[in-house]
Every structure is written in structure tokens, then in C-alpha cells.
Design a protein around this ligand. Structure first.
Ligand SMILES: Nc1ncnc2c1ncn2[C@@H]1O[C@H](COP(=O)(O)OP(=O)(O)OP(=O)(O)O)[C@@H](O)[C@H]1O
Length: 271
């Protein structure tokens, strides 16, 4: 077991002394980040995105437009099979739009556009699929989180940064009372969902995409995840696909309905 203070007992492979130089660099980059934030804001801009899977005759998404300002919470709702997950997959770079663009537009303090870049080259994007626990592969929590981490010695600094991120990620999802040696499958439903979020948060994403984050959880775990999302919203831009409108309503800044046939329109939640 470990506490919040010691949150993650980093194993030998990633437990290196965190040098003062690196700490200073983090402070400097944090200051730069603050300076950037004070100088304006950025917004995810999906413009006229159409998607037709290769080799098929029908568009799954038709001229989708969507804008979401940084540190906002967006929710897409709509009937099953309308194309919500397909859109998240495009935003995560798992498929490419047939036409249209997915960008980050920067604005100055007065709201004047000052720069445009592609989402995936300028921002880190994390995606948590529906029922993410079904895709857990490892025997321990630590292996699950560090799956795919680089193994070469040359990546020492990168590993140290990830180890620190891991500690922060576990704290931010309230996973401070589980052992890193535990089997992920032995965790409760709510804790599995927290673990899935922590795995993404380790990469410090700017944009977090969540597909049905409350699906399959009991009422207590659902309430926990809603509270957790409320906290995450302070630091991340979050776009959720969900049918659980009532529970997520208090978090939502913008919402859109996906129509059958793959068109999206901004619409208040039907409460
Ligand atoms: N690669 C593909 N080729 C052909 N059809 C596809 C492909 N991917 C998804 N589809 C179809 O596109 C439609 C939209 O699927 P999608 O999973 O995006 O819907 P959804 O709105 O997220 O549904 P749900 O709410 O049930 O998760 C579905 O009919 C699905 O079967």
C-alpha cells in the first residue's frame, strides 16, 4: 500500500534521483506555460470534417464543425450508431478525415486569431475508450501504466519525467490507496476507470477524449467519476461522448447532438 505522499513507489527501472537541474527546467517550462496562457487562449477547431471509411460508399461523418475552448468541457450526445465514437477516433488521430481540418486556433487576449496549428502536432491528446478495463493487458497496475515506456538508458530523463507524471496522475485521480503490484482486474469498477484515466494523464494530455466514461458503473462509482471529471476539468480540455446527460449536466460548457447520418449541431442538453 502507499499513501498520497509516497504515491508511487517507482520500481528500480524508473526510480532515478530527480536532479535539481530537471526540477529547474520544469519550473522554467511551467513559467513559460503560464506566460503563454496569460497571453491569450487556444481553441480546438473542427472544420467541415467529413469521414468515409476507405473502400466504402457512405460518409459516416458529414461536414462536422465544432469549437471547444481550452479547459472547457464538451459533451456530444445522440443515438447509437450516429457516429460519435468515429469522431473521437478522428480527433485522436486513429483515422484521418476524408476532408476538412482539425486544428488548434490560438487567440490573443482581445480574441483576435494569432496562430493556427494541427491538433496532433501542437497538443497531446489522450483517449479513454468505452469500457477501457476490457483492454487492460498487464498483471500489475504498474505494468499497465508503464506499458510501452521506453527501455533504453538514453531515455533516462524522459523516464524520470514520466515517473513524476505517474505520481501526479495517480494523485489527481485519487488512486493513492492501491498497491502498484495489484492485479488491475482485481480493482473495483470505479478504480479500474480511474486507472484508465491515470494511464492517459501520465502523458499530460492537453485534450482528453472520453467515450462513455460512466457506462457499466454502479451509482457510487458513477458519482465518483463525475466528481473526478469536475477536478480534471480545471486543468484539461475534455470532450465526452455520453448518453448519461443528467449526471454530466453540471460539468458541461458546450453540447452537441450527433444526428443519424453523421451531422453535428450545437444544442443544449434535453433535460
Ligand atoms: N470502419 C468502418 N466502416 C464501416 N462502418 C463503420 C466503420 N466504423 C464504424 N462504422 C459504422 O458507423 C456507424 C457509427 O458508429 P459509431 O461507433 O461512431 O457510433 P456511436 O454514435 O458512437 O454509437 P454508440 O452510441 O452505440 O457508441 C455505425 O453504424 C458503425 O457500425
Amino acid at each position: 500500500m502507499f499513501s498520497a505522499a509516497t504515491a508511487v513507489a517507482i520500481p528500480p527501472a524508473v526510480s532515478y534521483y530527480f536532479p535539481e537541474k530537471l526540477a529547474r527546467r520544469r519550473r522554467i517550462s511551467w513559467c513559460c506555460r503560464m506566460a503563454r496562457v496569460q497571453a491569450g487562449y487556444s481553441q480546438l477547431e473542427v472544420r467541415k470534417v467529413t469521414y468515409r471509411p476507405p473502400g466504402t460508399e457512405q460518409n459516416l461523418l458529414n461536414e462536422i464543425n465544432l469549437s471547444l475552448r481550452e479547459k472547457s468541457f464538451g459533451l456530444i450526445f445522440g443515438r447509437s450508431g450516429s457516429g460519435k465514437t468515429t469522431l473521437l477516433q478522428l480527433l485522436a488521430g486513429l483515422s484521418e478525415p476524408t476532408s476538412g481540418s482539425i486544428c488548434i486556433q490560438k487567440y490573443d487576449d482581445s480574441g483576435n486569431p494569432i496562430g493556427l496549428s494541427e491538433l496532433l502536432t501542437s497538443q497531446r491528446v489522450g483517449i479513454v475508450f468505452q469500457f477501457p478495463e476490457r483492454y487492460f493487458l498487464a498483471d500489475t497496475v504498474l505494468e499497465e501504466v508503464t506499458f510501452g515506456w521506453p527501455r533504453q538508458k538514453a531515455d533516462l530523463l524522459f523516464k524520470e519525467q514520466l515517473a513524476l507524471n505517474l505520481q501526479n496522475a495517480f494523485k489527481s485521480v485519487g488512486l493513492t490507496t492501491i498497491s502498484l503490484d495489484e492485479d488491475p482486474q482485481s480493482l473495483s469498477g470505479g478504480f479500474k476507470r480511474r486507472l484508465a484515466l491515470a494511464i492517459q494523464l501520465v502523458q499530460t494530455p492537453d485534450l482528453l477524449l472520453l467515450d462513455e466514461p460512466l457506462a457499466g458503473l454502479d451509482w457510487k462509482a458513477r458519482a465518483d467519476v463525475v466528481n473526478l471529471l469536475k477536478d480534471l476539468k480545471k486543468h484539461h480540455t475534455i470532450l465526452v461522448v455520453s448518453h448519461d446527460l443528467r449526471e454530466l449536466y453540471p460539468l458541461v460548457d458546450h453540447s452537441w447532438r450527433m444526428e443519424m447520418g453523421g451531422s453535428l449541431k450545437e444544442e443544449a442538453l434535453p433535460m
